[in-house]
Design a protein around this ligand. Sequence first.
Ligand code: GAR
Length: 195
Amino acid sequence: MAMTSSSEAPPARLVVLASGAGSTLQAILDDPLLAPLVVAVGTDVPDCVAMSRAARVGVPTFAVPLAEHPDRGAWNDAIGAAIAGWRPDLVVLAGFMRVLGQQVVRRFRIVNTHPALLPAFPGAHAVRDALAYGVKITGVTVHWVDEGVDTGPILAQAAVAVADGDDEPALRARVQAVEKPLFVQTIRRLCGETL
Ligand code: GAR
């Protein structure tokens, strides 16, 4: 897998975006092949835990809060410029909870992980929505990001059974336990095969 420096192929440059607890980011930072590729971690929530996870291991961070911009177009311009400054080959959404506008989506190759079997349960509350619907199988989808909400081409999926008596935290924990290795493996594959 051509993921590290060689005389022919420079290593892929990853920018990771996150908005929350950052456990998905942590899985990337804990992976020995991916960690050296992460050139920056960005957020829309400056004080989120994900930023401290990045700072703890010395990865540069940047924050582009929506509230500091007059409208979504200006915010998209700003976050697009911030990302571009790091010259990424791949942008990784690891629990980034804002929808990126078309000027950003068209400018970069962006991969996302979503805690449901898309096209079922898109949006910000996928685990809760799956439980409320009463599905017996849910899971994880890793997909390219396009201009829709969780609609881009699917790269990988894994199923997770819903157990009798599951509540949202219990189901989320089992989904995320499957999600982390699937996301890491998929990003590794993208770095090795297509960058
Ligand atoms: C992850 O499960 C990710 O799939 C989900 O947010 C969680 C982030 O957890 N993303 C979405 O729901 C995007 N629609 P984390 O903050 O601990 O990494």
